[in-house]
Design a protein around this ligand. Structure first.
Ligand code: C5P
Length: 223
């Protein structure tokens, strides 16, 4: 990858799967490992960007030279990202944000009962949708993990969330998505272009994504 081509660019990356507490010892989460987001943060830093990594819990070591902000819930990620947003040039939202959270969080560990348990869920804010609505000079990149009708679902998200690029992957394919060190992605753009990439390491895919972002920053003068 071209050395230093992101020099002076302020980048915000989100990673990991948010945890939504049910009680002091339990939470609802998802299968995100954080690997894609951490790879994106690492490669951006290597290319000279100033990187803020807003991370939901993962088992990963933070990449060197990156400012790490740890969060747990979607609400905390929402707050951190909203605060940083005006001061960054590029946002890449690789985090798997829980769409729902328990409506009430019990103060004490919920006791086991004979009957089943109903946990009522309420909607979390769609952080990326909000960023898209408030977009000014920023380039916005989203991720879509799909299990069916990949292109149509991905295109809808790209348009709906006002993104400059969407990275779509079919998480049912082996070698793609959650937990894997590799990914198989399609890059979608608002002008209708689609780039289908072969299976590659998440670090290599990250460099391909930054290549596209560098190109977009050249073609769409934003500031
Ligand atoms: O709509 P969907 O959740 O599939 O869109 C995925 C993209 O939106 C990802 O980039 C994810 O980080 C972001 N997202 C978000 N806030 C949510 C849900 C998803 O920022 N509540």
């Amino acid at each position: 990858p071209p050395d230093g081509d992101l020099k002076g660019v302020r980048v915000l990356v989100t990673a990991g799967g948010t945890r939504e507490p049910i009680d002091p010892v339990r939470y609802i989460s998802n299968r995100s490992s954080g690997k894609m987001g951490y790879a994106l943060a690492e490669t951006a830093a290597n290319r000279g960007a100033g990187v803020c990594l807003v991370s939901a819990p993962t088992r990963l070591e933070p990449p060197a030279g990156v400012k790490l902000i740890n969060v747990e819930t979607a609400a905390q990620m929402h707050r951190a990202v909203t605060e940083l947003y005006p001061r960054v040039d590029v946002v890449v939202k690789a985090a798997a944000v829980a769409d729902y959270r328990p409506r009430v969080v019990a103060d004490h560990k919920i006791k086991k009962k004979e009957a089943g348990l109903v946990v009522e869920l309420e909607k979390n804010p769609d952080i990326l949708l909000e960023l898209g609505r408030q977009k000014q000079h920023q380039l916005l990149v989203g991720f879509a993990a799909e299990t069916e009708d990949l292109i149509n679902n991905a295109r809808e998200k790209l348009i709906n969330k006002n993104l400059d690029m969407l990275v779509a992957n079919d998480v049912t394919m082996s070698g793609a998505g959650f937990g894997s060190d590799t990914n198989i992605a399609k890059l979608l753009f608002p002008d209708g272009r689609i780039k289908s990439l072969p299976m590659m390491d998440k670090l290599e895919l990250s460099d391909r994504i930054w290549d596209e972002i560098v190109k977009l920053r050249k073609t769409v003068p934003k500031d």
